[in-house]
Write a protein of this length. Structure first.
Length: 238
């Protein structure tokens, strides 16, 4: 069974996964501003079948509803996804009734694209939704936050995780690398934490979301319940 996309890419491609001591840098950077964030891991539903479109590159489908057009976004988030999403939103806006919502079902992918997607969504003033039975993992969970109104239905899974390792190395190799290399990676990690924190502030979301994600154990996934997500303003539906 495939696992959710576990590769949050960092600007410049130098560092795209974290583990061990480097993860501690991220956690420490956010602990300074969010000292009481939960480290609890919340259980997730079973992942979709291996042959599901969920695991394929992201596709888009426009569906007319009485309230307007819905953009259904399903699959992995790849490089250039924010531009593709913007085109879909513009197509929906041009149709009678305009756009109603974006419905996500995705295992994640490129984290920078996730942030870019979120900014596109916020700039165009579009609501987002995770429907019952759908997952929004990793980079998708970042993109979802761009919705001006954000709804997670009962049985929908907003999923965060820790990063598995970093680009081009195994964790054991990283620990054997030079002090200079580790210092450079730590700086990248701290910068990444700062960028993610800034994005959450920009979207009006509690930084506890990032702190919780950085605290989840390696290779694990956490699906906080709706009550917690509402406390963090991830779900701002009435």
């Amino acid at each position: 069974m495939p696992r959710p996309e576990n590769r949050d890419l960092v600007r410049g491609g130098r560092l795209n996964r974290f583990n061990g001591p480097l993860a501690a840098v991220l956690t420490a950077a956010l602990t300074a501003v969010v000292p009481n964030a939960s480290a609890e891991e919340y259980p997730c539903p079973a992942w979709p079948a291996a042959d599901a479109g969920f695991w394929q590159p992201m596709t888009y489908r426009l569906m007319a509803t009485p309230k307007g057009v819905v953009v259904i976004a399903e699959g992995q988030i790849k490089s250039g996804e924010s531009s593709r999403l913007k085109m879909q939103i513009q197509q929906a806006l041009a149709q009678p009734g305009g756009i109603y919502e974006i419905w996500f079902n995705s295992p994640g992918g490129d984290s920078e694209e996730g942030q870019a997607m979120g900014r596109v969504i916020r700039g165009l003033g579009v609501p987002t939704r995770i429907r019952t039975g759908a997952f929004c993992v990793s980079a998708c969970s970042v993109a979802f936050l761009g919705g001006v109104f954000r709804t997670i239905e009962a049985g929908g899974a907003y999923t965060v995780h820790m990063f598995s390792n970093f680009s081009g190395y195994e964790s054991s190799q990283a620990l054997q690398s030079t002090v200079k290399q580790l210092q450079s990676l730590e700086q990248d990690a701290a910068q990444y934490a700062a960028e993610r924190y800034q994005y959450l502030l920009e979207m009006g979301i509690s930084p506890q979301v990032a702190k919780h994600g950085f605290s989840v154990k390696n290779q694990a996934a956490s699906c906080p319940p709706r009550a917690v997500l509402k406390q963090w303003n991830v779900d701002n539906s009435s």
